[in-house]
Design a protein. Structure first.
Length: 110
């Protein structure tokens, strides 16, 4: 396994759209929704990264296995002042799935 020695820019992840769930209430019993901008994982094609707040560099990101995502809903895009557009989606992840939440923090002296 290769170690990452520096930060790498990730590519946008183009998700294949699934059929919309017919009954949201029954889906909520077995899944949890997460909203954000999907990105390709830099090392593992079987995982996706979701940026809940894509324009905030201090925001945590979430990592899920592709097999754990059952439904994807495309939401409205967001645009920053520079005119850059980011796609936003809501993904439905199976309850009980193992995911990663990475939270950046500032290292300070004690």
């Amino acid at each position: 396994m290769n170690a990452i020695t520096s930060l790498q820019k990730t590519e946008k992840l183009e998700l294949e759209k699934y059929k919309a769930p017919k009954d949201i209430r029954s889906l909520l019993k077995t899944h949890v929704p997460y909203t954000g901008s999907p990105q390709k994982h830099p090392l593992d094609p079987d995982r996706i990264i979701l940026l809940p707040d894509p324009y905030n560099q201090k925001s945590p990101y979430l990592e899920f296995g592709r097999n754990e995502v059952t439904h994807v809903e495309k939401l409205a895009n967001i645009v920053n002042l520079a005119g850059t557009t980011v796609s936003i989606v809501r993904i439905w992840v199976k309850k009980g799935s193992i995911a990663i939440q990475c939270t950046p923090f500032k290292v300070t002296s004690l």
